[in-house]
Design a protein around this ligand. Structure first.
Ligand SMILES: O=C(O)[C@]1(O)C=C(c2cccc(Sc3ccccc3)c2)[C@@H](O)[C@H](O)C1
Length: 150
């Protein structure tokens, strides 16, 4: 059964790699997505990618994934800590998801330690830098129990 995985990146991650390398590294989002596509090919999965700075656009993309993707990998950025709407959208599409953060959010400001997503995530990855995307894709492709699509 071929698998389709959606990688979503949220606000400011389009600027990844351009500033604060000590926190977020120097790899750009384009590099992350390119490496993920190569990894997806090796894993024989289809990978779709999406990035937006807008909460509603992220909600729309999640809703569009219903019945189309087998798993979602999401770095919601700052919306992790604020967005009930993104939480509700993820619950609504009934698709397993992996929450990923480049930085170790638990070693940063208090407000970054709360996630509206983590208790419903199949897995949470943080602090691994951009390798977290690699780990998330491997997990989603190989280890995540995915419902058979009718
Ligand atoms: O660590 C992450 O991946 C995280 O999701 C990403 C975040 C984030 C915040 C601001 C900018 C960026 S990406 C970036 C980094 C440096 C310069 C410009 C953009 C990510 C935070 O909002 C989150 O708390 C944590």
């Amino acid at each position: 059964m071929s698998r389709h995985i959606l990688l979503i990146n949220g606000p400011n991650l389009n600027l990844l790699g351009t500033r604060e390398p000590a926190t977020y590294g120097s790899t750009t989002l384009a590099d992350v997505e390119s490496a993920a596509q190569e990894q997806a090919t090796a894993l024989s999965v289809k990978l779709s990618t999406f990035q937006s700075n807008h909460e509603g656009a992220i909600v729309d993309r999640i809703q569009a994934a219903r019945g189309d993707v087998d798993a979602i990998i999401i770095n919601a950025g700052a919306y992790t800590h604020t967005s009930v709407a993104i939480r509700d959208a993820l619950l609504g599409v009934e698709t397993p998801f992996v929450e990923i953060h480049v930085s170790n959010v638990h070693a940063r400001e208090e407000f970054r330690r709360h996630s509206y997503l983590c208790d419903k995530a199949a897995a949470v990855i943080c602090g691994m830098g951009v390798y977290g995307y690699t780990a998330a894709l491997e997990f989603a492709a190989k280890h995540l129990k995915i419902k058979a699509r009718l």
